[in-house]
Write a protein that binds this ligand. Structure first.
Ligand code: ATP
Ligand code: MG
Ligand code: MG
Ligand code: MG
Length: 561
């Protein structure tokens, strides 16, 4: 491509509202332009990088046995009613009506759509497992769109969904997808960790996030210096501790001497939202449903909590409803009465109060709660007992805290969607069963920004070879010089015929301008045709290291390799 023809509007000044390096540089180097808050256009250079990331994702997904498809961005509200997410997803879901006054959502994610397709088309265990993916625009009305492509309101995601008859089959696909994700982010040249994570609004059980280690990351993670242990500490007492150090400190003394009667009491004592306390409980329950007794204004509390939490794992109930729930729960210990429930509830609350109030001054351990005595925890999954410098839960290495950018997320959804949406199949014995599901997302446009964020210097971007918009930047140092111009033209044709994707700066600009632009857009290798053109010598410069060499044209091919 001749640079004189390329649409690459560069900016000399740092745009005022761009607060992180990647956002500034992608704007300045002419890769993207903002259209509205959190909404961007990809200009030709940006689109080329996006395309390369998508192709890496495609190759690895196909290799992992996933099949590409494409689903609509416009989704019928009915589907979201079926899953129960029309209300629980909250204002992040963009909603609209058609001319017949029917409600639609702009796809924030596609569990509902894919589940409805599979339940209609797949009826037998013989057709399972299935693994399908798409690369597509997603819409989320983020409260705080920021950092450019990192948190957009319209962004590109690769989302995959798998369907299974057996748990082992889901477990197997989950591992395959984790491996594919590692391959994808390695090929993008990112320094990342796969971390254990909270299941958030999607619901479900096992899940890992892929976190790029970055100073500007919005998540806090902890990982071992020596083993693979790594976890997101979204729900760790570190968060409580931050709150404790704000204007209203946690009053631990008070908690220990008062009797909490319900979650709201604990919430007031700790100055922590009830939702956070329930989240801690959910975490301890390790995927088991948690019964939340809602006293007082039942309706209001229920709606409030359901909106804040992943409703799928919680059963909201009055004492009477709780009795019904406990008695019908599979594996229940036997009939319970309202008075039993009252006893359970009263015992449960002080335990919970202890469990959540342990953000003491010295560290992040819970006080007065003995993990093995008071409740069971999964040692490998639980981080709330880890302090910096502590041994990793697996005994290998010590723990380091770091900030991370979530570029990918894999989930074992289990039956969270297939059950309410009735995705069923006939097993070997002709019996109706509910499918198990997994879902797997990658922020494709966020990955682009994460790569830019982690690969730059004071002069501009530095693309890894796997993602660079062009491989070689050929520069005619002085295009007005006939000798330089002729050799440059010749090399351009030669590089193209050898299969290089080459950007050729043929513009009649000063050398300084060309070099500044070249550093800014950050192609890995620069070939400069300058004063020694007459002797058949060019200068090759490596963007990343800054090293440069004089190379006879005849040897250029072997140097570029
Ligand atoms: P976050 O915690 O950053 O809000 P999420 O957990 O809500 O992300 P998922 O539902 O797990 O996101 O979606 C899968 C992937 O899509 C994420 O891992 C991330 O890489 C990407 N993603 C999510 N939200 C955005 C966004 N607003 N802009 C760009 N990419 C996003
Ligand atoms: Mg989100
Ligand atoms: Mg997240
Ligand atoms: Mg996520």
């Amino acid at each position: 491509m001749r640079q004189s023809q390329l649409f690459m509007p560069t900016l000399r000044e740092v745009p005022a509202d761009a607060d992180v390096k990647s956002h500034q540089l992608l704007l300045r180097a002419g890769f993207i332009r903002q259209n509205a808050a959190g909404i961007y256009s990809f200009l030709p250079l940006g689109k080329k990088v996006l395309h390369k990331i998508e192709n890496i994702v495609r190759e690895e997904m196909n290799r992992a046995g996933s099949q590409e498809m494409m689903m609509p961005a416009l989704q019928l509200a009915e589907l979201w009613h079926e899953s129960g997410r029309w209300y629980s997803y909250g204002p992040e879901l963009m909603r609209l009506k058609d001319r017949h006054d029917r409600d639609f959502a702009l796809g924030a994610t596609h569990e509902e759509v894919i589940t409805s397709i599979i339940r209609d088309e797949v009826k037998s265990y013989k057709k399972l497992p299935l693994n399908l993916y798409q690369i597509q625009t997603k819409f989320r009305d983020e409260k705080r769109p920021r950092f450019g492509l990192l948190r957009g309101r319209e962004f590109i995601m690769k989302d995959a969904y798998s369907f299974h008859d057996k748990q082992e089959s889901l477990d197997e696909t989950y591992e395959t997808m984790k491996d594919a994700y590692s391959a994808i982010f390695s090929r993008c040249g990112l320094n990342f960790r796969a971390v254990l994570a909270d299941s958030g609004a999607i619901g479900g059980k096992d899940n890992h996030e892929f976190m790029v280690l970055s100073e500007i990351g919005e998540d806090l993670i902890a990982y071992s210096t020596e083993s693979d242990f790594a976890a997101n500490i979204e729900m760790a007492p570190v968060v409580l501790k931050e709150e404790a150090s704000s204007e209203s400190p946690l009053e631990l003394e008070k908690v220990e001497t008062q009797t909490a009667k319900n979650i709201d009491d604990v919430s007031v004592f700790l100055n922590v939202p009830a939702s956070k306390i329930i989240k801690s409980l959910l975490y301890m329950a390790d995927g088991e449903p948690v019964l939340v007794l809602v006293r007082g204004d039942h309706e209001v509390n229920e709606i409030k909590l359901k909106n804040e939490l992943s409703a799928s794992e919680i059963v909201m109930a009055s004492e009477e409803d709780a009795v019904k729930w406990l008695n019908t729960k599979p594996g229940s210990i036997g009939p319970v009465s309202v008075s039993d429930v009252k006893v359970i509830a009263d015992q449960a609350v002080p335990l919970m109060a202890n469990a959540v109030c342990g953000a003491n001054e010295e560290g992040y351990h819970f006080v007065n709660v003995n993990a093995d005595r008071d409740f069971k925890i999964d040692q490998t999954a639980d981080l709330r007992f880890v302090v910096e410098g502590d041994l990793s839960p697996d005994g290998k290495g010590t723990i380091i805290f770091a900030k991370g950018i979530e570029v990918g997320h894999v989930f074992k959804l289990g039956k969270v969607y297939s059950e309410p949406m009735k995705a069923q199949y006939l097993d070997e014995n002709g019996k109706n069963q509910i499918m198990s599901m997994g879902c797997y997302g990658i922020g494709v446009s966020r990955t682009l920004a994460a790569v830019a964020e982690e690969n730059n210097d004071e002069n501009g971007l530095i693309w890894p070879l796997s993602l660079t918009p062009f491989e070689v930047h050929l520069i005619a140092v002085n295009s007005k010089n006939a000798e330089q111009s002729a050799l440059s033209d010749e090399l351009y044709e030669q590089l193209k015929s050898e299969g290089y994707d080459c950007l050729y700066d043929d513009r009649p600009e000063r050398a300084g301008v060309k070099f500044t632009d070249s550093d800014l857009i950050g192609l890995p290798i620069r070939v400069m045709v300058g004063k020694k053109a007459g002797e058949g010598i060019v200068e090759v410069k490596i963007r990343k290291s800054g090293e440069s060499y004089e190379v006879p044209v005849s040897e250029l091919k072997s140097v570029l390799k």
